[in-house]
Design a binder for this molecule. Structure first.
Ligand SMILES: NC(=O)c1ccc[n+]([C@@H]2O[C@H](COP(=O)([O-])OP(=O)(O)OC[C@H]3O[C@@H](n4cnc5c(N)ncnc54)[C@H](OP(=O)(O)O)[C@@H]3O)[C@@H](O)[C@H]2O)c1
Length: 264
């Protein structure tokens, strides 16, 4: 199953009519929507899918809260997600590596969720390299969804994922706007006559990484989808990779959830 290279993120960082936004994005040609139990908007996302008139033609991802693997309710929670969404998702992820639960046991549970018909495929999110290797040794992993943008160096994780044949999905792909700040981004945008957002998103997808930007504005939704038709030159790609190496800043971090990010 191929995951469309651009999806709509729905993390509730802003107060939004999620059903309306999902329906709008699908009307603009989006074919991929990302949600999570934690976002508390699965029902609204499901409503948006139905409002679009073609709820099943969309690659739909949701994520099981990591605590459900600790309290033994992952399967029931997945059932609840399916009820809220109104359809079986294409992909369910483990939202963060559950503390104190072996990766093998986590993936066994995900395989039970899949066997119960509650998702078409399984994946992970925020897994470090050893956790990703352990997961891949147990089952086909459709993606590892991680923070990935032009201000963080994810080259080691990306190399590992490539070797395992697992595509990365970039969350916070525009770093909530901070990715537009480096001067190189503006220079490349000006040279190509495109926006800074398009530069940083194109840098991601041109590396074979899936990106799920959130936007509440039609103009930005359109611009983000249009990066599929753009192209950056190798020297632009290298310049942006150098920015990521230089800046190397992680914005999404929770001390009680973070794995050892750079574990080898
Ligand atoms: N797995 C995880 O642990 C995890 C963690 C964080 C996020 N995620 C997922 O990743 C998705 C994306 O991350 P995010 O929402 O945190 O951050 P993001 O997509 O990097 O940033 C969203 C912000 O960027 C702005 N933006 C988007 N496109 C733009 C454009 N073309 N021009 C100007 N501004 C633009 C949006 O403003 P406007 O509305 O004004 O366009 C919005 O405020 C989430 O929604 C969620 O689905 C997953």
């Amino acid at each position: 199953m191929t995951i469309p290279k651009i999806g709509l993120g729905t993390a509730p960082i802003v107060d939004v009519d999620w059903a309306g936004l999902v329906a709008t994005a699908l009307g603009l040609g989006y074919t991929h929507v990302d949600t999570a139990q934690m976002y508390d908007n699965e029902a609204a996302v499901g409503q948006g899918l139905r409002m679009s008139g073609h709820p099943d033609d969309v690659f739909l991802t949701t994520k099981i809260h990591q605590d459900r693997f600790r309290d033994g309710t992952a399967l029931e929670s997945a059932q609840t997600s399916v009820e809220k969404l109104g359809r079986v998702p294409d992909l369910m992820l483990v939202h963060w590596p559950p503390r104190g639960v072996e990766t093998e046991a986590v993936i066994d549970t995900m395989l039970e969720v899949q066997a119960a018909g509650l998702t078409r495929s399984i994946g992970v999110s925020n897994f470090n390299r050893p956790q990703l290797r352990a997961a891949a040794a147990k089952a086909p992993i459709a993606t590892n969804q991680v923070e990935f943008h032009v201000l963080i160096d994810q080259s080691a994780l990306h190399e590992e994922a490539r070797a395992l044949g697992i595509p990365l999905t970039a969350y916070m792909p525009v770093a909530r706007g901070k990715a537009f700040d480096p001067p190189e981004v503006g220079q490349i945008a000006a040279r190509h006559g495109i926006t800074p957002a398009q530069v940083v998103l194109r840098w991601i997808v041109q590396q074979g990484v899936i990106a799920i930007p959130l936007s509440t504005k039609v103009e930005n939704l359109k611009a983000n989808l249009a990066v599929l038709d753009l192209s950056l030159e190798p020297e632009d790609m290298d310049a942006l990779t150098a920015v990521a190496t230089r800046e190397n800043t992680r914005f999404c971090s929770r001390p009680d959830w973070d794995p050892v990010w750079d574990a080898e």
